[in-house]
Design a binder for this molecule. Structure first.
Ligand code: UDP
Length: 320
């Protein structure tokens, strides 16, 4: 297939692009490089520096695209609470531009990167796809809005659409890892402590109703995420909007993750117990039973792989 990867210079998008190339698809990356990196786009892949507002210039009828994988978005929960208008404009406005362009060019297949943030504070864990969706952040609300848009587009215009609700993406693949200007995520921050870029890690809250008092999350290897994009892209049918959770089904606390980082790297990771971060639910764990049943996907990599792969890519980058 010829696939337009919107957001393909970002962390997850670049790994998805590399996986497409490896599977002999033709990928074209569109990215405005607001947070992505040009050098994360695999060699030999066409790259267009553009925002989604100009996507119709690339996604033309003559260009011969079969599908779109859409990962271009603002993705910081905290920032979305400070600048909601930016998140509505970029995420929802961008998706509207993309869907308009797809309709005009008759490109009728999409896989969209949705999020576990669409659920908010779950009533039941593990979280299934028909759980209540009450996002607790603007970021989550924009992702849920786009999911609703895809449902309508599939029903009314016959789009073949998939929303993949990622839990906590981590790890690295094809030499590509996380490289955010402002790092907020647990595993990269713990690895910054290991490499000396940061003195210590703050544990955000130790009084949650969990066995060790710290938050529990479901970490999922970016290579497993990429595999889910490729699998679902092939099987979704016109008029369907499929929604799938992507997680490992295992929960790890902040202290579990720090212990894994110590073990994998052999370095100490000094921590400081701090207050809760506003908006963090105590426990988020996915049920990925639906995608397992429908397309046979399951997470293959555990927490140790995620930490060691991320560490390997980070140290290689520091040496270069
Ligand atoms: N966390 C932490 N210290 C940090 C960064 C994160 O204790 O410096 C915690 C955070 O409160 C959450 C978990 O680690 O419980 C995962 O956070 P992350 O930002 O990686 O992902 P999120 O679950 O927010 O998407």
């Amino acid at each position: 297939m010829k696939v337009l990867v919107a957001g393909g210079a970002g962390y997850i998008g670049s790994v998805v692009t590399a996986a497409l190339v490896q599977a002999d698809h033709e990928a074209v990356v569109l990215d405005d490089l607001s947070t992505g990196h040009r050098d994360a786009v695999p060699d030999g892949v066409s790259f267009v520096e553009s925002s989604l507002s100009d996507v119709s210039k690339v996604l033309t009828r003559d260009a011969g695209f079969d599908a779109v994988i859409h990962l271009a978005a603002k993705s910081l929960v905290g920032e979305s609470e400070q600048r909601p208008e930016l998140y509505w404009r970029e995420n929802v406005g961008g998706a509207m531009d993309l869907l308009d362009a797809m309709r005009a060019a008759d490109v009728r297949r999409i896989v969209f990167s949705s999020s576990s943030a669409t659920y908010g504070n779950p009533e039941v864990v593990p979280i299934e796809e028909d759980a209540r969706t009450e996002p607790t952040s603007v970021y989550g609300a924009t992702k849920l809005t786009i999911d609703h848009m895809l449902t309508g587009e599939a029903r009314v215009h016959g789009l073949a659409a998939v929303s993949l609700r990622y839990f906590n993406a981590a790890g690295a693949a094809y030499g590509l890892g996380e490289r955010h200007a402002t790092e907020t995520h647990l595993i990269p921050i713990a690895l910054q402590v290991v490499t000396g870029a940061r003195e210590k890690l703050s544990v955000y809250g130790t009084d949650y109703p969990t066995p060790d008092g710290t938050c529990i999350r479901d970490y999922i290897h970016v290579a497993d995420l990429a595999a889910a994009h490729l699998l679902t892209l092939e099987v979704v049918q016109p008029g369907e909007h499929r929604i799938y959770n992507l997680g490992s089904g295992s929960g790890y606390s902040v202290r579990d993750v720090v212990a894994a980082v110590r073990e994998v790297t052999g370095h100490p990771v000094p921590v400081e117990d701090g207050p809760r971060r506003p908006g963090d639910p105590a426990k988020l764990v996915a049920s990925s039973a639906r995608i397992a049943q429908d397309v046979g996907w399951a997470a293959r990599h555990g927490l140790t792989d995620m930490v060691s792969d991320a560490y390997e890519v980070l140290t290689a980058r520091l040496l270069n």
